[in-house]
Design a protein around this ligand. Structure first.
Ligand code: NDP
Ligand code: 2IT
Length: 450
């Protein structure tokens, strides 16, 4: 790093770390974007305007609140709630809620920062935000989940709205939680405001294909990367991590396109199935019973085995779909995948590959789709849900799925072309960061110093 632009970006990175101590995930997300931007600053001097970048790395608003609730035995728990409203230059803040014990302000800020550029890539007029709680839903009854969601929404309700901030799901928040959250919002506000949350149930304002959208989109993004290299997913084996919303629908779309997903995982370990994952059984175990992944191997028979605490990336496959959580794929995992001949990696999760792992993939010439681009299908269909809510209509599954496919192709082509324009053809990390940044920066500049 020797150009003036690079030095300025490096100084900003150091300042972000100083001003936001003990937030390693946020530092990582900011660093990754800043590292892509030096060529943009050289080409577009207007971005050097003092304060532009400084505003983009600073959330517009950060909300922290107490969430008290009672468990089924009458014991009182006190969790912490978060909503980071990061940037609304392109539209209302938009992004999911995560319920997981690892959630803290740094994690929410990393997710919110990623969301700004991801949402810009969709081209659908949505700003970036994220929220959640350190509440752990594992092992909690439906009633406990409901009471927690009601308490969480009692506070959050005063900060959100269809034109202000529109939350959705993320880890630990799916259709059940969105239902309880929406019910409490409606009760408190006495408004039928469908567009305040996305991921709602079909029949009360939800969009067809929203549950499927992130996983489907991540597979479609991989298919676009492969198409650019003159090949397809058909007949390829796939390694998938996670067994939640994103992973299950990744597996489903892979099977529809003739690929063979071999694995799934959760925080206890992974299963590998030499016959290919039996999706119906996996759904029964994870979605219906909310059991541990080992149960899949017990019921599936000899083709499947469970590896406790193992690394799913040790399984050989032609394509890989990290779809669980941040920093789940390390440098050594990337080395193993490359040695086993991986051709493409599409990030269903947010920031699942460490920076060192990304470098290994790129140096080996693997087609690498970063989360900002590859998993944008979920929030894109959320934006389509908002459109349907505003027009009080419900589109068919076929219509939403064909819009999703068109959006993923456009994101692929835009990021590919940007990377080529800046002299790094095939580098979707640079392509996604620059494309997203240019759209946000142009809007921020046009709207004055706010
Ligand atoms: P779910 O809660 O449905 O599933 C999460 C899965 O990841 C579970 O299998 C879970 O296992 C595993 N997991 C979570 N945390 C950890 C951890 N610390 N270590 C190991 N495994 C873990 O969430 P989603 O499928 O919705 O989200 C998965 C990823 O995709 C996240 O990174 C999320 O931010 C991202 N994403 C989600 C979108 C969506 O629309 N839902 C959109 C775009 C991105 P266990 O049950 O054992 O914790
Ligand atoms: O990370 C993500 O893009 C999401 N969790 C989905 C956000 C949304 O508003 O649909």
């Amino acid at each position: 790093m020797s150009t003036p632009e690079a030095s300025r970006l490096e100084a900003l990175r150091a300042e972000v770390e100083r001003r936001n101590p003990a937030q390693p995930e946020f530092h990582q997300a900011v660093r990754e974007v800043l590292e892509s931007l030096a060529p943009v600053f050289a080409a577009r001097p207007e971005y050097a305007e003092p304060g532009l970048l400084e505003r983009i790395v600073e959330p517009e608003r950060q909300i922290l609140f107490r969430v008290p609730w009672q468990d089924d035995r009458g014991r009182v728990h006190v969790n912490r709630g978060f909503r980071v409203e990061f940037n609304s230059a392109l539209g209302p803040y938009k992004g999911g809620l995560r319920f997981h014990p690892s959630v803290n302000i740094g994690v929410v800020k990393f997710l919110g920062f990623e969301q700004i550029f991801k949402n810009a890539l969709t081209g659908l007029g949505i700003g970036g935000g994220k929220g959640g709680s350190d509440f752990d839903p594992h092992g909690r009854s439906d009633n406990e989940i409901m009471r927690f969601c009601q308490s969480f929404m009692t506070e959050l309700s005063r900060h959100i709205g269809e034109h202000t901030d529109v939350p959705a799901g993320d880890i630990g928040v799916g259709g059940r939680e969105i239902g309880y959250l929406f019910g409490q919002y409606r009760r408190i506000t006495n408004r039928w405001e469908a567009g305040v949350l996305t991921g709602k149930g079909i029949g009360w304002g939800g969009s067809a294909i929203r549950p499927e959208a992130t996983g489907y989109g991540s597979v479609l993004f991989a298919a676009e990367m492969l198409a650019r290299r003159g090949t397809t997913l058909e007949g390829l084996t796939a390694v998938v991590s996670g067994s939640g919303n994103v992973a299950l629908h990744t597996i489903e779309k892979l099977q529809q396109l003739g690929a063979n997903p071999l694995t799934a995982s959760d925080s206890s370990g992974y299963v590998v199935d030499t016959k290919g994952i039996d999706l119906e059984l996996l759904r029964q175990v994870k979605e219906v019973e909310r059991a541990r992944i080992s149960e899949y191997a017990v019921r599936r028979g000899p083709s499947a085995s469970f590896v406790a605490d193992g690394r799913v990336w040790d399984v050989a496959g032609d394509v890989a779909f990290p779809s669980a959580t941040q920093n789940e794929l390390h440098e050594q995992d990337a080395v193993t995948l490359v040695r086993n001949g991986v051709k493409a990696v599409s990030e269903g999760a947010n920031m699942p590959s460490t920076p060192e792992a990304v470098r290994v993939f790129q140096e080996a010439g693997v087609a690498f789709g970063p989360g900002k681009a590859a998993n944008a299908g979920g929030v894109a269909v959320s934006a389509l849900e908002m459109s349907q809510n505003a027009a009080r209509v419900a589109w068919s599954a076929e219509r939403v799925e064909s819009e999703l496919a068109a959006i993923m192709k456009r994101i692929h082509d835009d990021t590919y072309e940007t990377a080529a324009r800046y002299g790094t053809p095939g580098d979707y990390v640079t392509g996604a960061n620059i494309t997203g940044f240019e759209r946000v920066a142009d809007a921020v500049l046009a709207q004055g110093l706010i």
